[in-house]
Design a protein around this ligand. Structure first.
Ligand SMILES: [Zn+2]
Length: 414
């Protein structure tokens, strides 16, 4: 299967200059394409016959009008501007489909810079890799921070985060061996935790941001004290970007570990197919996943389940996984976010809210029986007073004391 690898590059100063030039060309071409499309849209308002140019039309126009006047285009690989035009056209397609907002012009130094390089012909390969270094067209041999698999590279993307450079390449790899008889698993994307699985495992949210935020505040203050345009100010800005990149990396790492664990050790992985907007509305504190995006979580699971020969099942987004009793499956009641513990009034089953939801997700199949919502919600315990940070047993005991005067309930502790 084709897998993409991303690793850090260790370029020398000359190579960094070349990288920046390539990014500049890609950015220029992107902005040119964006302007041409905006112009076509404007003219279309009065003339219906005006067509939105395709990526190929944009490239023809770029070669005819821009490249002749800007000879520095020829100093970088021709694949970079071409890919930038394809990207701006795709961004507009997404905008026309109302999937994303209107593409904006790229500003120098603001957004994450990147450019694309392509493999040349067999006789004259543009990209080759000896394990420790990678050869890039018009740039030369660049050192790699860690070895890459020695496989045929089709194309690559070089990008910058803070002041580090990265390369992403697509390679053909063989699927790893996996154990037979792996169980299936349901995953609840937690509010307090990163995720809770139906076998009772809890994946905590990385506390990276809180730890780093103190240093971040200090650095931001330092930036505001420095003179605009000074070297010291730009140094402080880079220091902030580095911390942001580090926080993002810690979060990414937590999600990668979670998705690898899920795909590698289970034959079937079931997750809720949540719409990203609905997800953020209901899961305000969902931490790392809200940060990286549900899309990224799903994307990783998609390719990792393929890699480890397991199956990803998306549970219907209207399945009330937190409301149904995972023990008897016949009871359902409202579960506001403050309720951390699920108590079934039919069978007396008592469980942590997220674990109960994960178990329901694991049980799910197309056409599963969904009970009507019970009107007697009075039995559900509210534990806002005792705090959700205490152990479950302690929460239950406090909640039971509160409930003791009103109604006797059966509780089973585990
Ligand atoms: Zn029950």
């Amino acid at each position: 299967m084709l897998l993409s690898f991303k690793t850090q590059l260790k370029p020398n100063n000359k190579q960094i200059t070349r990288f920046r030039q390539h990014c500049g060309v890609a950015r220029h071409a992107y902005n040119f394409g964006n302007a041409v499309i905006l112009d076509a849209l404007e003219r279309r308002k009065t003339d219906d016959s005006v067509k939105i140019p395709s990526a190929i039309d944009l490239h023809k126009k770029l070669v005819a009008e821009v490249k002749t006047e800007n000879p520095w285009y020829y100093e970088s690989s021709k694949a970079s501007p071409q890919q930038a035009l394809t990207e701006v056209r795709k961004a507009w397609d997404r905008c026309f489909k109302k999937v994303s907002a209107q593409p904006r012009f790229k500003q120098k130094g603001k957004s994450h810079d990147s450019f694309y390089l392509e493999q040349g012909t067999k006789a004259n390969p543009g990209i080759s890799n000896d394990g420790k270094k990678i050869k890039l067209p018009k740039i030369g041999w660049v050192r790699l921070a860690e070895p890459l698999p020695l496989a045929a590279v089709h194309n690559c993307v070089i990008s910058r985060t803070a002041d580090s450079w990265f390369i992403a390449i697509k390679c053909e790899i063989e699927k790893p061996n996996v154990e037979v008889n792996r169980p299936s698993v349901g995953v609840d994307i937690g509010i307090k935790e990163l995720a809770v699985t139906s076998d009772g495992r809890v994946f905590s949210n990385p506390k990276a941001y809180r730890r780093m935020s103190k240093r971040l505040t200090a650095l931001q203050r330092a930036v505001s004290r420095k003179q605009k345009g000074s070297l010291n100010r730009s140094k402080a800005v880079i220091a902030i970007a580095r911390i942001h990149a580090r926080v993002a990396n810690i979060r990414k790492d937590a999600i990668h570990k979670l998705t690898t664990h899920l795909a590698k050790n289970h034959s079937v992985v079931k997750i809720e197919d949540l719409h990203i907007k609905a997800f953020l509305k209901n899961h305000k504190l969902a931490g790392a996943i809200a940060d990286c995006g549900m899309y990224e979580f799903k994307r990783q699971l998609e390719y990792k389940t393929e890699k480890f020969d397991s199956q990803l099942v998306l549970v219907h987004r209207f399945f009330p996984s937190s409301q149904i009793c995972s023990n008897c499956g016949n009871h359902r009641h409202k579960m506001p976010l403050k309720n951390r513990i699920y108590v079934c009034s039919d069978c007396g089953h008592t469980e942590d809210r997220d674990l109960n939801a994960a178990k329901n997700i694991e049980r799910w199949f197309e056409g599963i029986f969904i009970p009507e919502r019970s009107s007697s919600d009075a039995v559900s315990l509210t534990v806002k007073v005792c705090g959700a940070d205490k152990p479950l047993k302690c929460q239950l005991e406090t909640a039971m004391k509160q409930e003791a005067n009103s109604k006797p309930i059966q509780l089973t502790l585990f």
